[in-house]
Design a binder for this molecule. Structure first.
Ligand SMILES: O=c1ccn([C@@H]2O[C@H](COP(=O)(O)OP(=O)(O)O[C@H]3O[C@H](CO)[C@@H](O)[C@H](O)[C@H]3O)[C@@H](O)[C@H]2O)c(=O)[nH]1
Ligand SMILES: O=C(O)[C@H](O)COP(=O)(O)O
Length: 325
């Protein structure tokens, strides 16, 4: 791990338990807080998430000022279920209709800036299972207590659940196979961000409203890279939220998601002038595994060597083995 990354990790990583509700309520003052759930066909899960936030962080303790579900063109009962659980439901296409219609999760999140009023905005996916309000309090902790933090990413253990089969650490496949290697290659200072694609994160409106949003599944990577470019590594913090269980997409759908991640990385390489780094891409890959005392960090060198075409190798013809028959 680069020394700057190790230093950032130590200073900017915390866990939900570090941010008790009392501390947050005392720090909140007049800060207005919006929780936003982008939701496309999430009637099974959205109600429990909204209900828990409303009960624990609105009614029992006045931390959250509004819960807004952005209905992302659902064809099921997402909007009715979310409203019944106590959310304000806003149809994605009804926000700024004069700008035309675009699709995908990033569009829902971008529209949410115009549909909410909070100074701090917490994003939570609507397909989470076993959700706890510690997700929201954890993400708010660094923002409410440290003005130099502008953006907070959640991190967690991610099992892969296939029917009755559970593989610990098997989830987050696009993260592990596409996003993490890309980030390590081109943005080594962000190698300590444990869940760059996770859907639970929070930011200051003042920062979010000056950044572009990619419309589809590239939105998380785009925001992370743009926050880094705009505000620097130290404006980013991460909070260990424990465990995340969500609805898994098919391998085919994750192929499309991976393509959007790669397109987003390419656009930021170009926009941020990183196409031709003088020093070449980084060959260190930083990965994380939950250990007994927290996260174990593993850094490996993934450099590839290269052999010349065999036809150019002196002595190749001489060495070539005769046919056996
Ligand atoms: O057009 C869409 C598609 C999805 N969603 C919602 O966005 C959230 C996450 O979408 P999902 O399809 O469940 O994504 P994942 O397979 O979970 O993908 C992971 O990786 C993505 C790429 O970074 C992130 O956007 C996700 O938050 C993250 O959980 C859910 O609440 C969806 O209902 C929308 O609002 N509109
Ligand atoms: O974040 C990711 O990498 C993708 O959402 C895939 O997650 P999954 O492997 O847990 O389905």
């Amino acid at each position: 791990m680069l020394p700057e990354v190790a230093s950032w990790w130590r200073r900017r990583t915390s866990e939900t338990a570090d941010w008790p509700l009392d501390t947050l309520l005392a720090a909140k003052g007049s800060t207005r807080i919006s929780v936003v759930l982008p939701a496309r066909d999430e009637e099974e899960t959205v109600g429990a998430i909204v209900g828990a936030i409303r009960a624990e962080l609105v009614e029992q303790a006045p931390l959250v000022d509004e819960i807004v579900v952005i209905d992302s063109c659902s064809t099921d009962r997402t909007a009715e279920v979310a409203a019944a659980a106590g959310a304000e439901v806003v149809a994605q296409d009804a926000v700024l209709p004069e700008l035309g219609r675009m699709s995908g999760k990033g569009e829902a999140l971008w529209k949410s800036l115009a549909a909410t009023g909070g100074d701090l905005i917490v994003f939570v996916d609507a397909d989470l299972r076993g959700f706890s309000t510690g997700y929201v309090t954890g993400l708010l902790g660094p923002l409410l207590t440290d003005p130099s933090v502008g953006y907070v990413k959640g991190c967690y253990d991610r099992p892969l659940i296939d029917g009755g089969n559970r593989v610990e650490g098997g989830g987050g496949r696009v993260t592990e196979l596409v996003a993490r290697p890309l980030i390590n290659l081109h943005w080594p200072l962000l190698a300590g961000v444990m869940q760059p694609l996770g859907g639970e994160y929070a930011g200051r409106r003042a920062l979010l409203e000056r950044l572009p949003f990619v419309t589809g599944y590239g939105v998380e990577l785009g925001l992370l890279l743009d926050v880094f470019q705009d505000a620097g590594l130290d404006a980013i913090a991460q909070v260990d939220l424990g465990r995340r269980v969500h609805s898994h997409q098919t391998t085919e759908a994750l192929g499309a998601m991976s393509s959007q991640i790669m397109l987003t990385a390419w656009s930021r390489l170009q926009r941020h002038g990183r196409m031709l780094p003088l020093e070449g891409p980084s060959t260190a890959l930083t990965q994380f595994r939950r250990g007994p005392g927290g996260h174990d960090v593993r850094v490996s060198d993934v450099a590839v060597g290269e052999r010349p075409p065999m036809a150019d190798v002196p002595g190749y013809a001489r060495e070539r083995r005769p046919m056996l028959s």
